[in-house]
Structures are given as structure tokens and as C-alpha cells.
Design a protein around this ligand. Structure first.
Ligand code: PEP
Ligand code: MN
Length: 335
């Protein structure tokens, strides 16, 4: 059973309650997540144990062990994630844009300036790339992080970039404002636990073979580990449909907005893999309530080292952003 403690307990009271629960469960395992909001403790035991747990003053309620903190059951009001003055999950639709990979300082700066001009608040760009083939460009690693940080400092944009292994979390957190967990790592539980201990907000992308409830369970790892700043991202799932790279799951986005209080953004670039389809899917996502969009933009898509086929040119991107502004305003959002 998932024992939810009262949200306003002091650290000492949380510890004391965890000890009391361990005593009640005597011999059964008790797993506390005391840094989560609200704090929760997993307790094994029969009806007898349950009755005694219920009698504790510090216990708010007892629930099944399904995703809880990531859902509206655990947190009814919409959550916001802040990166200094940028608020994700508020009235503004937040735009995240940049190249698939950071290749050179000049390329990253050109993409960042185009992104900023069109209204972006965050710069994306991979330094550690999770590529399907070992022969594909793997990213520039630490050098790429330095390029991103330099461009961020010069443009005032915040940086979100992917981290692919638990031991790199401190390094990536040092250079980026937000840590991205890619689709291929959505269920890399060691990585989820590592980012749960980081002070940086996390952008968690949905695995293309995973359900939305599995996405929420992965978000739960981060929240239960003590990091409350999680943004979910729908980036397309694999279906029988071969006309686009993946299939953007608009139902999934609506589901996440309805049943989770975490901010949800859309990534039409990876979902469609096709600049012809990106504008329509972007507009649809914003109309459906996305709190932000992430798009790949490259100053010279033909020369990109990764995902050039789906990159928007700065011009196409700026046209699309004008359309997004109109949609955002039509559904009561700002941009
Ligand atoms: C990316 O955003 O750079 C990326 C690799 O996307 P995904 O993990 O969704 O495939
Ligand atoms: Mn990409």
C-alpha cells in the first residue's frame, strides 16, 4: 500500500512516522520517499497492518501503488516548472527550439538567434546523442555542452539537452538549465533515479513503444526521488502507419493534461519527421492544450549531422510561430 503522509510535516516528523510505520509493518519491507511532495511510504502488510497505519496521526490517506504523485490524485492543481523567469505550465505556451545536435558554435548560435527571434525561450541541442546506429554521429559530448552554454550566455536563452547515462548527470547539470531524458531512455530506471537527485528540472520524453501510464510511472520515479520539476513530452509513438516517422498521439496529450498535473509539451519534429507535416501537428498540439512545443531548427538542414530531414529552416520556423501565436491566443493562452 502507498501511505501518503500529511504534506506539512517537519523533516523530523516524517522520519519519526517512517520509523513508526516500520514498526507496525514488523518484518515487512517499508520503503520511504520522504523528500517527495507529498511524502509517501510504501508499506507491505495485511488488513491488520493497514488498520494500524490508518490510526497514525501523520497519515493523510492510503492508496494503491499506481502512479500517484504524477497524477491529479497526488497533486490536483496544475504544476509549473520554472527556469528562472521562464515558467512552463503557466499561461504562456513555451517554445523550445534548436538543432537536433549541437555541431559547431556558429551553427548553434545561428539556430539560437533564429529561435529567439521567433519567440523561443529555451534552446535545445544534443551533445550526447542516443543514436540507433553506432556509426551515426554521437554528438560532441562535453565540448557540445560548452558550445550550448556559451550560446545560452550570449543569447539569454535557457538550455535543455539530453543526458544518456547516470554518471553524466552532474556534468550535464553544470552546463544546462534542464535535463532531457530521451524516448529511448524513458524506462532507464537508473537514469530516472539519477535525475531525481538533481536540482535541475527534467524534460521526460515518452518512449515510442510506451503507454501514457508508463510515462507517468517513469515521471513518478523522478518525483518520488525528490525532484518535483518534471515536464512531460509527447513525441510520437510507433504504429503500423508508415507515412510519417512516428504517429503523434494527440489523444495521449489530452489524456496527460487531464489526468496529470505536470506540464506537457509536444515534439512534432520527431513525431512526424517531416517539415511538411510539422506545422499542422504543432498547431493541433497547441490547440489541444500543450504547454509548449519543441522543434528542431537548423540554419542549413542539408548539412546537418543528425535529423536534417526533419529540421525546419529559420524562415519556415518563423512562419510557423506566427501561426502558433494565433492558435495560442484562440485557446486562451499567450505566446
Ligand atoms: C531529441 O529530442 O534529440 C531526441 C533524440 O528525441 P527522442 O528521444 O524523442 O527520439
Ligand atoms: Mn533529433
Amino acid at each position: 500500500m502507498l501511505v501518503v503522509l500529511k504534506a506539512n510535516l517537519s523533516a523530523a516528523d516524517r522520519e519519526a512516522t517512517a520509523r513508526a510505520l516500520a514498526e507496525i509493518a514488523h518484518g515487512n519491507r517499508v520503503t520511504p520517499f520522504l523528500d517527495a511532495t507529498p511524502p509517501v511510504v510504501v508499506v507491505r502488510g495485511d488488513d491488520n497492518v493497514r488498520a494500524r497505519v490508518q490510526g497514525l496521526d501523520a497519515v493523510a490517506e492510503i492508496r494503491a501503488e499506481a502512479p500517484y504523485l504524477a497524477t491529479r490524485a497526488g497533486h490536483p492543481e496544475n504544476r509549473t516548472v520554472r527556469l528562472d523567469d521562464v515558467v512552463i505550465g503557466g499561461k504562456d505556451v513555451v517554445l523550445i527550439a534548436g538543432p537536433c545536435s549541437t555541431e559547431t558554435y556558429e551553427q548553434t548560435l545561428a539556430a539560437a538567434l533564429a529561435a529567439k527571434k521567433a519567440g523561443a525561450r529555451l534552446l535545445r541541442g544534443g551533445a550526447f546523442k542516443p543514436r540507433t546506429s553506432p556509426y551515426s554521429f554521437q554528438g560532441h559530448g562535453e565540448e557540445g555542452l560548452r558550445q550550448l552554454a556559451r550560446v545560452a550566455a550570449e543569447t539569454g536563452l535557457k538550455v535543455v539537452t539530453e543526458v544518456v547515462s547516470p554518471e553524466d548527470v552532474p556534468l550535464v547539470a553544470e552546463h544546462a538549465h534542464m535535463l532531457q531524458i530521451g524516448a529511448r531512455n524513458m524506462q532507464n530506471f537508473a537514469l530516472l533515479k539519477a535525475v531525481s537527485r538533481s536540482a535541475r528540472p527534467v524534460l521526460l520524453k515518452r518512449g515510442f513503444g510506451c503507454t501514457v501510464d508508463e510515462l507517468l510511472a517513469s515521471a513518478e520515479y523522478i518525483l518520488a526521488g525528490g525532484n518535483p520539476d518534471v515536464v512531460l513530452c509527447e513525441r510520437g509513438i510507433r504504429t503500423f502507419e508508415g507515412s510519417s516517422r512516428f504517429t503523434f498521439d494527440l489523444n495521449g496529450l489530452a489524456y496527460l493534461k487531464a489526468f496529470s498535473s505536470l506540464p506537457v509539451i509536444a515534439d512534432p519534429s520527431h513525431a512526424t519527421g517531416n517539415p511538411t507535416l510539422i506545422p499542422a501537428v504543432t498547431r493541433a498540439a497547441v490547440a489541444a492544450g500543450a504547454d509548449g512545443v519543441m522543434l528542431e531548427v537548423h540554419p542549413e538542414p542539408d548539412h546537418a549531422l543528425s535529423d536534417g530531414d526533419q529540421a525546419l529552416t529559420p524562415d519556415a520556423f518563423s512562419t510557423l510561430m506566427r501561426e502558433v501565436r494565433a492558435v495560442a491566443e484562440a485557446v486562451g493562452r499567450a505566446f
